[in-house]
Design a protein around this ligand. Structure first.
Ligand code: KQY
Length: 347
């Protein structure tokens, strides 16, 4: 699995529409997704899977340079329901189609059912005429990051969660990750970002900038539950060696907020029985690490927060050769994830 910072042929997204996850008929989320797609399309082609019902709305929001592909899904998290692309030495690309259970199935999953989501990876590969491998276990793309040089980072909270693959041991999961992604070393972090509804996806906590360098979400506030989580991750990363025997260089980026759902935002979501409830005052797992690395750019979430300026400065310094575009992303965060979670790079 190449690092995200390696060359892409395109970026895949899905169009949001479910009213029980996106407020006000998903209109504000659609605007935010369109801004993300337009920003990424400055750097690489973008394809978006859209349901038949939403096709006209998507056409209205998006420039014709963005390709719309008719595709059904249960929600809009392409990182998690799309294929994870892998590439061999000869440059052949294949997709890995993981099992998906809406982040926990009937034991803490976020909605029921997820049968349309399960078909998204296949639909993307078919669209691109790319062959794939069907992996016999549950995994979401947001729960892994690789450096393209043999190392993968993930969290115990997610991959060892009994609501994912209860019959698989840690050792068996490591073997499967090695087989399907061609990695040699797995670096296990503990928990993901505080209150992350995915059971701690690594893509909200920590990512590779390049082989040997990671960026970790941080807080200086010792009274914030995030402090312990980030300290634990820092310690594990500081003691780690990657697949090439390197010690990691660890950069920190301070979290925004903390950010909470407002009463108005909560009111705008249609509360239907089988979907996660979004109560006013609930803390959101906001993080600047949840950005997308495009070919010559970075598309990063902003939250209209005092920490935004510092976050942009850090990301610009880490990626001096890429143009950094900040996109207002609170509406995406309200749905439970962010820019990285709604995108998937195709090498
Ligand atoms: O972290 C991600 N990769 C996805 C977030 C999904 C949230 C579902 N409501």
């Amino acid at each position: 699995m190449p690092g995200e910072f390696e060359k892409h042929t395109r970026c895949w997204m899905l169009w949001p529409e479910r009213k029980d996850n996106w407020r006000c008929d998903a209109k504000p989320a659609q605007k935010a997704f369109a801004l993300v797609a337009k920003a990424i399309s400055q750097f690489e082609p973008v394809s978006i899977g859209v349901s038949t019902r939403q096709f006209e709305a998507a056409v209205r929001h998006l420039p014709s340079t963005i390709t719309l592909v008719e595709m059904e899904s249960d929600d809009a998290w392409m990182r998690d329901v799309g294929p994870t692309f892998v590439k061999n030495q000869g440059g052949d690309v294949r997709g890995v189609d993981w099992g998906f259970n809406a982040w926990g199935g009937l034991n803490g999953g976020l909605y029921f059912s997820w049968d349309k989501d399960e078909k998204v990876a296949g639909a993307v590969m078919e669209n691109q005429k790319i062959k794939g491998y069907k992996a016999p276990f549950i995994l979401e793309g947001g729960s892994i990051h690789t450096d393209g040089d043999g190392t993968l980072i993930t969290t115990e909270q997610c991959l060892l969660n009994p609501n994912r693959n209860p019959s698989l041991s840690k050792a068996r999961i490591e073997t499967l990750l090695k087989e399907y992604l061609g990695v040699e070393t797995i670096l296990w972090l503990g928990q993901g970002v505080y209150m992350d509804e995915t059971d701690g996806h690594v893509d909200n906590l920590c990512c590779f900038i390049k082989p040997g360098e990671v960026l970790l979400t941080w807080t200086d506030d010792r009274s914030d539950p995030q402090y312990e989580i980030s300290c634990d991750a820092l310690e594990r990363l500081s003691n780690a060696r990657d697949a090439k025997g390197r010690k990691l260089f660890i950069h920190k980026i301070h979290q925004p907020g903390p950010l909470y759902i407002s009463a108005e935002e909560s009111r705008g979501i249609e509360q239907i029985g089988q979907t996660m409830q979004r109560e006013p005052g609930a803390r959101m797992a906001g993080s600047y690490v949840n950005f997308y690395i495009a070919n010559a750019g970075i598309v990063m979430p902003l939250f209209d927060d005092p920490r935004d300026t510092e976050a942009i400065t850090i990301v610009k310094a880490l990626f001096p050769k890429r143009k950094v575009i900040g996109v207002p992303a609170r509406e995406i965060l309200l749905g439970g994830g962010d820019i990285h979670c709604i995108t998937q790079q195709q090498p």
